[in-house]
Design a protein around this ligand. Structure first.
Ligand code: ADP
Length: 597
């Protein structure tokens, strides 16, 4: 009966269209193509939308309206090729093409018993005797039937409900079977038990029960919810109704005229009219959550998709990371090994330094002993002198005693002289012992002029005919030197003794030695100047070489040891020819802390 009615309606509207087309007055009117998404086929679409077409034609006689039915793909192509002016489609395709082609809704369908923004929903039907199926979660591992994967008032709405409950329809259900239109196929499949549940548009169940196609208690709506003012059982929320939209190319005047006409359209024979455009945000939300249509790119962001897409890069990155890790571990290992090696070499260096220090101390000691050795012939003479004097006085006392001429005054004089001479000899021995003592190096504040005086005393004390040794201290107490006193004394003694040797067989005036002490450029400079023989040109380059000597009893170690001592104090030792080319000047410098004047 319904089919017959639909056929009649289609025939009638076709007739009207034919009549309009044959009327010459319309020939010049601009053509307006209304594209319709004919999801139930062309015939159903014509039957559904012809009343709207007729109404618009009547309301806007200056235009010539045509209805063009398309499936989803055809509709997209027609819009892309600018072959349509108005589009009537379901909310799902509308949001897709809104994003893709800038479609813009001008009105939303208003059907009886629904509101334009709450009109479309789905119901999941199960057999009433299935006690295991009540909630969406019960569908896990079950088979679900639906019309098509992209059906808006069907599968998509249910897919969203499953997803928000943590059930992935693609992986958590046993199977989703798409049976196509008409929806009766789904009802039959559920009835037969081929599938556990089926997705149909809301109110279909109630309509079929009303028409007697289904027993009232045969089926049940899963996860049934009720919406105020909506009589049918629903499994999903209600979404806005179909919109009519204009494209970017539609003439704005036409768009305005059509909108005005539709909003003032009286209710059709089945109560259908048009309302102001509804809010399609819920539809956008659904597409976003399902990551389809305009939001399909979100699917590309899923980890597994990213891995599948960028696996060569990821592999490269992982290889790099691995290489970096290996490199880091290797470097760490190398650093540890090098540190151990370094520590070992530092230990070896410390050991070598300690050994060197001991050797140097021994060398210095040997050098001191050598100086004493060189002076020993004079030393014997020097000590012999007071001893002879002591002997002479002692014998003279004994003689006078025997002769009976010993007076107390003579005893006093003899004893006084004996004591003086004994003290003189003792002083020489004391100084030698002090100088020859074996000792470790120290650093303390020293007065270099004291050292020079002590060295002079030692030399003078040990020589039979000591030369004239002058000490000129121009530095005064203006500068503090941190040094090992006995070592500096040893250097001075060595330089003075060399100066004495250089003038040994020369006239007395050329035996004079001057020790000058002054502060120059924040350093204490000490010069030992003699008027001696000097050095030949061939001897100069070897002056500081170990074992270089021109003396028959010399060791050639004095100057190298002096140089080592001075350099260990942060100073310098060098030799110059005197300005008048007579004699030599040996100088050394030491760091000093100048005192404020
Ligand atoms: P030694 O005194 O045992 O020879 P030194 O190292 O003290 O060892 O001196 C090395 C040589 O340098 C001396 O043998 C001498 O030829 C030369 N020399 C050192 N001081 C002087 C000086 N003041 N005048 C001339 N020659 C000197």
């Amino acid at each position: 009966m319904r089919l017959l009615l639909a056929l009649l309606r289609a025939w009638f509207s076709g007739l009207i269209l034919l009549w309009f087309a044959q009327t010459p007055a319309w020939a010049a009117s601009p053509e307006v193509v209304i594209a319709v998404f004919a999801y139930q086929g062309e015939r159903a679409a014509i039957s559904d939308w012809s009343p709207v077409l007729s109404y618009l034609q009547k309301a806007l006689p200056d235009y010539q309206f045509h209805l063009a039915n398309y499936d989803a793909e055809g509709l997209r192509t027609a819009i892309a090729e600018h072959r349509v002016d108005l589009v009537i489609t379901n909310p799902g395709y509308y949001v897709v093409m809104e994003s893709e082609f800038g479609l813009s809704r001008i009105a939303t369908l208003d059907e009886p018993k629904t509101s334009p923004s709450h009109a479309i929903a789905s119901a999941v039907l199960v057999r009433a005797d299935r006690q295991d199926l009540h909630e969406f979660s019960d569908l896990s591992g079950k088979t679900l039937a639906a019309v098509a994967p992209e059906a808006f008032g069907g599968y998509l709405l249910v897919a969203r409900e499953l997803l928000v409950r943590g059930i992935n329809p693609e992986s958590d259900l046993k199977e989703v079977r798409f049976l196509g239109l008409p929806m009766d196929h789904i009802i039959d499949a559920v009835r037969r038990g081929d599938v556990d549940a089926g997705v149909v548009r809301a109110c279909l169940l109630e309509q079929m029960v009303g028409s007697g196609q289904i027993e009232p208690l045969e089926f049940r709506v899963l996860a049934k919810r009720t919406e105020p003012g909506f009589a049918c059982g629903l499994s999903t929320p209600l979404y806005p109704n179909w919109p009519i939209a204009v494209t970017r190319q539609t003439d704005p005047l036409l768009a305005k005229a059509v909108a005005r006409a539709l909003l003032t359209m009286p209710d059709g024979e089945n109560g259908v009219s048009w309302s102001v455009p509804a809010d399609y945000q819920p539809v956008h939300d659904l597409y976003r959550e399902l990551r389809i249509g305009p939001y399909a790119s979100l699917r590309d962001m899923a980890p597994q998709v990213l891995i599948r897409r960028f696996w060569p890069w990821l592999l490269g990155l992982m290889a790099l990371l691995l290489a970096w890790l290996v490199h880091t571990v290797r470097v760490e290992h190398l650093v540890q090994r090098r540190t151990a090696e370094l520590q070992e070499s530092l230990r070896a260096r410390d050991l070598a330094e300690a050994r060197m220090r001991v050797n140097q101390e021994q060398m210095e000691h040997v050098s001191r002993l050598s100086i004493l050795g060189e002076l020993s012939s004079n030393l014997a003479h020097e000590i012999n002198q007071p001893l002879t004097t002591i002997g002479t006085y002692a014998r003279s006392v004994l003689r006078r005693q025997a002769a009976g001429t010993l007076t107390p005054a003579a005893v006093d004089e003899a004893c006084g002289e004996i004591a003086n001479e004994a003290e003189r000899a003792g002083g020489i021995v004391q100084r030698i012992r002090h100088f020859a003592r074996k000792r470790a190096a120290v650093r303390e504040t020293v007065d270099v002029s004291d050292m020079a005086n002590e060295a002079r005393r030692l030399i003078v004390g040990m020589l039979a005919r000591p030369p004239d040794i002058r000490i000129e201290n121009k530095a005064g107490a203006s500068c503090l030197v941190l040094a090992d006193g006995p070592q500096i004394e040893q250097v001075l003694l060595n330089l003075i003794k060399n100066a004495v040797d250089a003038g040994r067989d020369l006239p007395t005036e050329r035996q004079r030695i001057t020790v000058q002490i002054e502060v120059l450029d924040h350093r204490l400079v000490v010069r030992v100047i003699d008027q001696g023989e000097g050095l030949s040109e061939a001897e100069w380059p070897h002056l500081f070489e170990p074992f270089f000597t021109t003396k028959p009893d010399g060791l050639g170690l004095g100057l190298p040891i002096c140089k080592t001592i001075i350099e260990a104090h942060g100073g310098r030792l060098w030799a110059d020819l005197n300005a008048d080319h007579i004699g030599t000047c040996f100088s050394f410098s030491l760091p000093c802390n100048e005192l404020p004047a």
